[in-house]
Design a protein around this ligand. Structure first.
Ligand code: ATP
Length: 365
């Protein structure tokens, strides 16, 4: 069915239900379900090979699911080809037409749709303004920098006013400085046009900077779906914590649990924690940000959960970073503010270590 047919009512621009895709023996995407609200900047984030590009390509109609269904504004897509979907894709390599001017590249989709000339001219000008390339309309793509070419690619995709814009690592070819600048730029443009963007990247900083929602993928599955803050502050699995750069992830075991809180054993110490649905005997991991780890100069301090030796001390201006070797095995990273008075020690010193249990996160294996 033509996606431009009778509009179906749905609060979601895109919905995936139990979508699975195999390539031979490889399960590239494994029962992925997602519901993307209108006007969301969603990032599919994960390591190479986790299935994010395949997911994006299926939304765009460049691949079809083996099972499950993709809905755009409530309409099941089935085997609808890309040009009949209300989606538009921005590729990493820009894929601009080299023999056309910037304006002609941007106008392309409107010409295909037989839009009248005056409207095309007006829309092209609007797009050039949106991506801050006014006055560049007559140039050829090769007369533009990488960042400018990417803006043209973006304008070309946006001009047709898709319901959803799909972006496959579009900043991958840019150097770091330009990449950072374009991240903010993309977010600004998305907010201005107000349409749903689905963005693929393996870079967690990029995802945090731009996204309203992040889907962290691992081995074809969505491990966690939430706001940037939720994903960063409250990872649910060890994989997500690790991928989001958590510095301290310690093996732990649930000793006792009552549904809402639990007692966990970590490196020989016991800690009361919050945590829904934990069960006694379950193997979990404890995640603590370095600035939540407290260094106690007296190893016998009554608050000390562990004794440790200071292995490394790195002065960082406003704080000091420590690497602590716990007597019971694992290492912990701590970050202590300069001027905090207490809580500093030289390498080789024995110290006590504490963590405020209200500031740790318990994650599943
Ligand atoms: P990357 O960041 O490296 O692009 P990705 O997360 O986007 O990775 P996909 O490209 O979706 O991952 O690939 C998921 C899995 O499916 C991988 O194991 C990949 O090798 C495999 N795969 C993807 N496309 C094909 C294809 N056309 N034929 C065979 N296998 C494929």
């Amino acid at each position: 069915m033509d996606s431009a047919g009778a509009p179906a009512m749905s609060e979601f621009d895109v919905e995936l239900r139990e979508v699975t895709k195999h390539f031979g023996d490889v399960v590239a995407v494994d029962r992925v379900s997602l519901a993307v609200e209108r006007g969301t900047f969603l990032t599919l984030l994960g390591p190479s090979g986790c299935g994010k590009t395949t997911t994006l390509r299926m939304i765009g109609g460049f691949e079809y699911p083996d099972s499950g269904e993709i809905y755009i504004r409530g309409v099941p897509m089935g085997r609808t080809p890309p040009y009949r979907r209300d989606t538009s894709m921005v590729f990493q390599n820009y894929a601009l037409f080299p023999h056309m001017s910037v304006a002609e590249n941007i106008a392309y989709g409107l010409r295909e749709r037989k839009v009248d000339k005056a409207t095309i001219e007006r829309r092209v000008e609007e797009m050039l303004r949106l991506v801050e390339l006014e006055g560049f309309g007559k140039r050829r793509p090769r007369q533009l920098s990488g960042g400018q070419q990417q803006r043209v690619a973006l304008a070309r995709s946006l001009v047709i006013e898709p319901t959803v814009l799909l972006l496959d690592e579009p900043l991958g070819a840019l150097d770091l400085k330009l990449r950072k600048q374009m991240q903010l730029e993309l977010k600004r443009i998305q907010e201005r046009v107000g349409i749903t963007f689905i963005y693929v990247t393996h870079d967690q900083d990029e995802a945090l900077t731009m996204s309203d929602r992040i889907a962290v993928m691992n081995r074809g599955r969505v491990e966690q779906y939430g706001s940037a803050e939720e994903i960063f502050e409250r990872p649910r699995t060890r994989f997500v914590a690790d991928f989001m750069g958590a510095e301290n992830i310690l093996d732990a075991e649930v000793v006792q649990a009552d549904g809402r809180s639990a007692l966990v054993r970590v490196a020989g110490a016991q800690l009361p924690v919050r945590g829904d649905g934990l069960q006694a005997g379950q193997r979990v991991a404890l995640v603590a940000r370095p600035y939540r780890v407290k260094l106690l100069e007296d190893p016998a301090h009554q608050d000390a959960l562990w004794q440790a030796t200071v292995q490394e001390r790195v002065y960082k201006g406003s704080s000091v970073a420590y690497l602590l070797q716990l007597a019971t095995g694992p290492q912990l990273r701590a970050e202590v503010l300069v001027g905090a008075g207490d809580g500093h020690a030289e390498p080789g010193r024995q110290v006590g270590v504490a963590i405020d249990p209200t500031h740790v996160v318990i994650v599943r294996e």
